[in-house]
Write a protein that binds this ligand. Structure first.
Ligand SMILES: Nc1ncnc2c1ncn2[C@@H]1O[C@H](COP(=O)(O)OP(=O)(O)OP(=O)(O)O)[C@@H](O)[C@H]1O
Ligand SMILES: [Mg+2]
Length: 345
């Protein structure tokens, strides 16, 4: 069993990668087999996709892979592109050939992998790409997916095994990829109650009871960290991070009457979106809620298509339905708040 990476959960709080036992088992299986298609992982913002990729680096290296990891949106430059020790020479070589390498992080990552495939004798190669669809724009999603598939199917050199995983919270790219059979999709949800509890106890200082924190975050570790950093003031997290952060008043102010009515319905039952999806107003609203990372699409429910545990089929309190879920209860509260803001007084 692989060790666990250390991660920064909140300002000044480091934790060990927590829970996600089934995801770790799945990663070990992926390492044994490789991926026949590039695997694209979707999940709510802050649910732990990047953390999982960090852990995947470790698992894959322990299985003898050379790993290339790219995150064009990383805040620190050193985290944009990371490669396993034996590939560092190749990375330096590729970087000297390019004028502005870090603006083209993904291309550099793919060049490093391609050159490694040419140079090394039947290597195990893993390419982990974080947030690339957001960074590159929707018009390049198909091209990237196809070039990843080409690398698996027509590699520039023989390999033993290859793993390609892309993590994304850009929900709309899923529609684009769904038109092709170039990738396989895996869905991811927030953390389990036990997982969140581990992180909750790792946070120092006085804090509200765990049940309250669970009901606010629904297991989302980023929301947990946000609560901690705002002195557990949920109101402030909703206002500052979500209503203001996502400009939700503007979003709801632009909805027409039908969309507004449906949005109110979706606050109590997110599956209302699905039931009414024949209606163009519902389609528009659904797309907006997905685009703004407020609501997540939960289909297909097939357990093997999920990384780690899927959410329950229904949890009204957390805003989870069969087809759709609010990304976290705080996201739902933020939309309620935005609706109140635009109501005439
Ligand atoms: N299993 C875990 N154990 C410990 N900490 C975790 C775990 N999963 C996530 N975290 C922490 O929770 C926070 C949010 O996770 P992360 O950044 O991985 O989310 P994300 O899904 O990549 O979000 P985004 O969609 O914005 O990219 C981070 O501080 C991360 O270190
Ligand atoms: Mg991330």
């Amino acid at each position: 069993m692989a060790g666990r990476v250390r991660l920064e959960l909140a300002a000044g709080v480091e934790v060990e990668f927590a829970d996600r036992d089934s995801a770790l088992r799945q990663l070990a299986e992926i390492a044994e087999r490789g991926t026949r298609l590039p695997m694209v992982v979707y999940g709510p913002e802050g649910c732990g996709k990047t953390a999982l990729l960090m852990q995947a680096r470790l698992v894959l290296e322990e299985h003898g892979y050379h790993v290339v990891y790219a995150d064009p949106l990383a805040e620190e430059k050193e985290k944009m592109l990371m490669v396993s020790e034996p590939l560092r020479g190749i990375l330096r070589e590729v970087l000297t050939l390019l004028p502005e390498p870090l603006s083209k992080v993904v291309n550099v990552a793919l060049d490093v992998a391609a050159l490694a495939l040419k140079r090394l004798r039947r290597p195990r190669i893993a390419i982990l790409l974080d947030d690339v669809f957001q960074a590159m724009g929707l018009d390049r999603v198909e091209r990237l997916a196809k070039s990843l598939l080409n690398l698996i199917e027509y590699p520039p050199g023989d390999y033993d095994r290859m793993v390609i995983v892309v993590a994304s919270s850009e929900g709309r790219s899923r529609d684009i990829l769904a038109r092709h059979a170039w990738t396989s999709t895996r869905l991811m949800w927030n953390m389990s109650r036990e997982g969140l509890k581990e992180l909750y106890y790792a946070l120092p200082g006085a804090k509200p009871g765990f049940e309250d924190v669970w009901r606010l975050t629904g297991g989302n570790p980023r929301m947990l960290a946000a609560l901690y950093e705002h002195d557990w003031d949920a109101e402030r997290v909703v206002e500052e991070e979500l209503v203001a952060g996502k400009a939700l008043a503007r979003l709801v102010a632009r909805l027409d009457d039908k969309e507004l009515e449906l949005l109110r319905e979706a606050l109590t039952d997110p599956d209302a979106l699905f039931r009414r999806l024949r209606d163009p107003a519902a389609q528009r609203l659904e797309e907006k809620l997905v685009e703004y990372n407020l609501v997540a699409r939960l289909e297909p429910r097939t357990p093997s298509l999920w990384l780690d545990q899927p959410p329950p089929e229904r949890d009204e309190e957390l805003g989870i339905g069969r087809w759709y879920a609010w990304q976290t209860p705080l996201h739902r509260t933020a939309v309620e708040k935005a609706l109140r803001l635009i109501e005439p007084h």
